[in-house]
Design a protein around this ligand. Structure first.
Ligand SMILES: Nc1ncnc2c1ncn2[C@@H]1O[C@H](COP(=O)(O)OP(=O)(O)O)[C@@H](O)[C@H]1O
Ligand SMILES: [Mg+2]
Length: 673
């Protein structure tokens, strides 16, 4: 009930429209009520004139009676037409108003939900799959709309109809002494309710399972779309398709089960109606013969009876719909009630452009209580200096840099920017000072220009070009026929990894943040892109407080300070010169890098020796993530130092081919399934 009240608040701005449409409901219902009565009267009038004594009447009286009846007929027809037209016009207006109202409310809810979702912290997105979130914004809100647009009004109109018809039944019982008929007509109603109650719990159960399953279908689809690279890289298309088919098959089974139960319910209800109708026809016929009621009255009575069952079925099933919608409403409110983990301070300080002194004081952090990810981290990063974070995979580097823009808040200690505790500053103003380039850069559906301007939409074209030149992406952009207007797909599907990365750097340059975070921005790239990106990064890092997580020694070597992380602790700190000779973890990491570099040189030499023609560029680009993924799973620890070993292009081509030919036997298998 509280839920309903809260929900009705969404309709508050439209209460006038709601009141008008409720008023119209009464009118349309009222307009449909006299029809059976009028029809019955007409039938009686018409049948009566040929009654007893007709043959004794004079020819003049006979024709008078007939023309009188004709006039009556015409009058009734006009009344009926009038009622029908008025009913349609008013009904139409009512539907329009309700439709408008339903859509508006849904629009409001969706907007609220989306805004709220955008405010929620990273943690929320880690805990809830994107499919489930999408289902909430789309599917759950649709449920609300369906009931708002028609359900509420229908329910009211049904209720009114039912009450009026009850009254009419009572009236017939009293005035015509046909109590039995009224009793039968009204007496079957409890049977309806019993029938419904008997089926209700089963139907509800089945329906809720069906909806949950639908959610699963949604998630599976969303995953298959966002994970398409991995799916293709591991040639798992067929098995993903099978998984999806399994999910929708289950969904269909559940839908059919629900449908079956609903049908049984409907058929039972129908049987009850028929039985009552036939009984009334029989008894009513006897009454007509016994002159207790006229033919017209019997017909009118039956019409009224018929008007009763529709609303009853609707009222009985609306309960089901309402439960469904209330569940949806509950989920919507649950989302709206979820507070962001990272909270804005009561009276936040607005940061202007900061100098960029960043201090971490005894920072500790965990995602889940009991699993400490960072402990006792103290770092002093002076404005304009470069702090490199190195350490094995899972040591907490990414987590550490995510604390700076407050993706998460430290569970212990504090972080200061220019002496301001991050907890006290306005989150937006903080983030405006921070730029990030991550391992995989996300590009939005749109043009390259739009993507570069994302961080600073007000930048002019001149600035965009300057940033692009500095980020070494101007040249390749100009090679596209559409230049800066080239439309890239979701995630920038038309660009190579290195190109995407340079776009991301241009984006960061244009934004011109004081604090820069680079998280493995150069991994997974071929050596040529890497050089270009390194060059772009060097420009980007100039005069900014930079935190860089990198695999390449060359990047780390020039850092002002290096923090070596292991299991969430800083185990070593210093400059390259100090650490390389200290014989600790850093020295070991350097050694591994050196070996890999050597291997790479040898590989390169070998490649130059057998000078095979390179595979088409597209194939190579397609196969690259495959290589990276495969390696990633094979040696988790080693990925940290060097992931993207430059691979022989022709070998890649061969692998891609093998991948595609592999599909045919699987397809056969699927066909027999
Ligand atoms: N969103 C998360 N929820 C729970 N645990 C996480 C999450 N992200 C990372 N971790 C865990 O925190 C630790 C540090 O991860 P991360 O900061 O990504 O390390 P690195 O970047 O050094 O590879 C790892 O043990 C990882 O499993
Ligand atoms: Mg990381």
């Amino acid at each position: 009930m509280a839920l309903l009240v809260r929900f009705l608040r969404f309709a508050r701005p439209y209460r006038v429209a709601l009141a008008v449409s409720l008023f119209l409901v009464f009118i349309t219902t009222g307009l449909s009520m006299p029809m059976p009565y009028i029809t019955g009267q007409l039938i009686d009038k018409l049948t009566k004139i040929y009654g007893a004594g007709w043959s004794t009447l004079s020819a003049q009286s006979q024709s008078d009676a007939i023309s009188g009846a004709q006039n009556y007929l015409v009058m009734v027809i006009f009344i009926l037409i009038g009622l029908a037209v008025a009913g349609s016009v008013i009904g139409y207006s009512r539907s329009l108003i309700m439709m408008y109202l339903g859509n508006r409310v849904v629009f409001d809810i969706r907007q609220r939900l989306f805004r709220h979702l955008q405010r929620l912290s990273m943690r929320y997105y880690e805990r809830n799959s994107s499919g489930r979130i999408m289902a909430r914004v789309l599917y759950d809100v649709d449920a609300v709309q369906s009931v708002l647009s028609s359900g509420v009004v229908d329910m009211l109109s049904n209720l009114v109809t039912l009450l009026v018809v009850f009254g009419i039944m009572l009236y017939y019982g009293i005035t015509h002494q046909v109590w039995v008929l009224s009793l039968i007509a009204v007496g079957v109603l409890p049977l309806y309710v019993i029938n419904f109650l008997a089926m209700q719990s089963k139907i509800r159960q089945a329906a809720s399972e069906a909806r949950d399953q639908y959610s699963e279908v949604y998630s599976t689809l969303a995953e298959a779309i966002s994970g398409i690279r991995v799916i293709k890289a591991f040639a798992r298309e067929q098995s993903e398709a099978r998984r999806f088919v399994r999910e929708i098959r289950e969904s269909i089974d559940l839908n059919i089960r629900t449908g079956k139960l609903r049908t049984i319910l409907g058929i039972n209800a129908n049987l009850i109606t028929r039985a009552a109708d036939i009984t009334v026809l029989f008894l009513g016929g006897m009454y007509v013969l016994g002159q207790k009621m006229t033919m017209g009255e019997l017909i009118a009575f039956r019409s009224y009876m018929g008007m009763m069952y529709g609303p009853i079925i609707a009222l009985v099933t609306i309960n089901d719909t309402i439960n469904w919608v209330m569940a949806a409403v509950e989920r919507i409110f649950e989302t709206l009630d979820t507070m962001p983990d990272v909270q804005e301070a009561e009276d936040p300080k607005r940061l202007g452009v900061v100098t960029g002194n960043v201090t971490l004081e005894n920072v500790g952090f965990y995602y889940d209580p009991g699993e400490i990810v960072l402990q006792d981290i103290s770092i002093e990063a002076k404005a304009g200096t470069v702090t490199a974070l190195v350490g094995p995979s899972g040591s907490g580097k990414t987590t550490l840099v995510h604390l700076l823009p407050r993706f998460y808040d430290p569970t212990e200690g504090r972080i200061l920017v220019d002496g301001h505790d991050l907890q006290d500053v306005m989150i937006r103003s903080l983030r405006r000072n921070i730029g990030m380039v991550l391992q995989e850069s996300f590009l939005f559906q749109g043009t390259l220009r739009e993507n570069i301007k994302y961080g600073r939409p007000e930048a002019n074209d001149e600035e965009v070009v300057q940033a692009s030149i500095a980020a070494n992406c101007h040249d390749f952009i100009m090679e596209f026929p559409d230049g800066y207007e080239t439309v890239v797909g979701e995630r920038g599907t038309r660009l190579s990894g290195g190109q995407r990365q340079r776009i991301a750097i241009a984006r960061a340059l244009l934004r011109n943040p004081r604090i820069l975070i680079l998280d493995e921005a150069t991994s997974d790239l071929d050596s040529e892109s890497e050089a270009l990106i390194q060059d772009a990064l060097d420009k980007l890092m100039k005069n900014r407080t930079t935190f860089i997580i990198a695999h390449r020694l060359s990047t780390v070597m020039n850092a002002d300070q290096i923090m070596v992380l292991d299991h969430g602790h800083i185990v070593e700190r210093g400059t390259h010169a100090e650490l390389a000779t200290a014989g600790g973890l850093y020295a070991r990491l350097c050694e591994v890098q050196f070996k890999r570099a050597q291997e790479k040189v040898e590989e390169h030499l070998e490649k130059m020796r057998d000078d095979r023609p390179a595979a088409p560029e597209e194939t190579a680009a397609d196969a690259e993530p495959q290589q990276a993924e495969a390696q990633g799973s094979a040696e988790t620890e080693a990925t940290e130092e060097e992931q993207a070993t430059k691979t022989d292009t022709s070998e890649d081509g061969a692998e891609a081919e093998a991948g595609s030919s592999e599909q045919s036997p699987e397809a056969d298998e699927d066909g027999s399934d």
